[in-house]
Design a protein around this ligand. Structure first.
Ligand SMILES: [Fe+2]
Length: 398
């Protein structure tokens, strides 16, 4: 894995670029400021860069009405901007009140060569903005977003991605992020919709910006790699999924009253069935999340995730969640399938997954029945076909 050290940073800054002459900001007339750290130098470089490059934007977008009684929304992840974009038309036909695009929204790290400008990431976002199927939908239906690694700019990246600040600028510009998000590190965000009794809180976590490095399984020379991912659980006290600021923010959010909470994590939460990225790489952090969720100020909880290039519905009853049932729906990918469902389901047996592991292109469609206090969870395919469905009730009393 590429590690970006201070010296690598300086090398990146020295990479020939039409912007090189503007890399150092002049201060007052006649005074030369010398950056004292690599980060200072990088920050100055990006302030200059932001003035001379066009940052892509998704479009005008539509703001969601805070009075909205949410009964039907769609979500998805893992959209390759260079593949078929027809699924946007399909999603539009299901008439959702809102869409959540929850990570790997573009593949901006593909062919990236380590430049600090993140040229491939910006080009990927520009490509997404050029797709009429996407922009027509974006300008018609309110979006809520978060990112995962491929739209963060670095495969499986966390807080040690040296160019994360610039990636955040690119993201916030593209998605028209509110000042609240622009004004703090990371892209986590929360919204509340609807009147008392039908109040939905959507919490979109940032599992990238603050995340400590993952621990890889040691593979002896000549031995096969584990088939389902390279990581092992980090049980050290240093393991950190959200970072102190975001953890504190999350506790404050969960103290707000709500009848239903949709908690979005780009990576999967409940499963232990694989060794790719998930909250299982940090069991202590996952228990911390469960404890915080258990201490919430009322309302049902649904976890939502993506990332896997396959989707399904999961259930567990974690001790740290008070032994209560907890549900998760994973939708992935919007247009970037790896294998067929039969293969996927057999390859990754999982006692916590209650459906097949759907690998064909899919999006999630969730209906909220306020009278019955039930959620209808669906994964739908490229043509809108129902791939799997699950109805779950929620309890406000936890
Ligand atoms: Fe991912």
């Amino acid at each position: 894995m590429l590690r970006l050290t201070a010296s690598a940073l300086i090398l990146a800054l020295l990479t020939p670029s039409p912007l090189a002459a503007q890399a150092v900001e002049p201060a007052a007339q006649g005074v030369t400021t010398v950056p004292m750290t690599a980060q200072d130098a990088l920050d100055g470089y990006y302030r200059s860069l932001a003035r001379v490059v066009d940052l892509p934007r998704a479009g005008r977008g539509v703001d969601a009405d805070s009075n909205l009684v949410l009964t039907r929304f769609a979500f998805g992840s893992c959209f390759s901007e260079i593949r078929d974009a027809g699924i946007w038309n399909t999603i539009a036909r299901t008439d959702p009140q809102m869409f959540m695009m929850i990570g790997d929204n573009v593949y901006g790290d593909t062919n990236w060569r380590g430049d600090a400008e993140l040229g491939t990431l910006r080009a990927s976002y520009a490509k997404l903005a050029s797709l009429p199927q996407f922009t027509a939908f974006y300008d018609q239906v309110p979006f809520l977003t978060t990112w995962d690694d491929h739209d963060y700019g670095f495969n499986d990246g966390g807080r040690d991605f040296a160019f994360r600040g610039w990636a955040e600028t690119i993201y916030e510009n593209f998605w028209n992020s509110p000042d609240e998000v622009r004004g703090r590190p990371g892209v986590h965000y929360s919204r509340i919709f609807g009147p008392e009794g039908q109040r939905v809180q959507v919490i979109l976590l940032d599992t990238r910006y603050f995340r400590s490095p993952l621990v890889r399984a040691e593979v002896a020379p000549g031995q096969p790699r584990p088939p389902l991912g390279p990581y092992v659980p980090d049980t050290s006290a240093d393991a950190d999924m959200l970072g102190a600021e975001q953890w504190a923010w999350l506790a404050e959010e969960l103290a707000k009253p709500a009848d239903l909470r949709l908690v979005v994590s780009s990576i999967q939460v409940l499963t232990d069935a694989h060794q790719f990225e998930s909250w299982a790489t940090m069991p202590g952090e996952r228990d911390r999340l469960y404890r915080l969720l258990a201490a919430r100020n009322g309302g049902g909880v649904l976890l939502m995730s993506g990332d896997r290039h396959a989707g399904g519905v999961y259930q567990d009853a974690p001790a740290a969640f008070g032994g209560q049932p907890l549900w998760e729906i994973t939708s992935s990918s919007l247009n970037f399938a790896f294998s067929d469902t039969a293969t996927n389901t057999a390859r990754e047996p999982d006692p916590r997954r209650v459906t097949d592991f759907i690998s064909e292109a899919n999006f999630g469609l969730v209906e909220i029945d306020w009278r019955r206090r039930e959620l209808r969870l669906e994964l739908r395919g490229r043509e809108g076909e129902v791939r799997t469905t699950q109805t779950v009730g929620w309890s406000a009393a936890n």
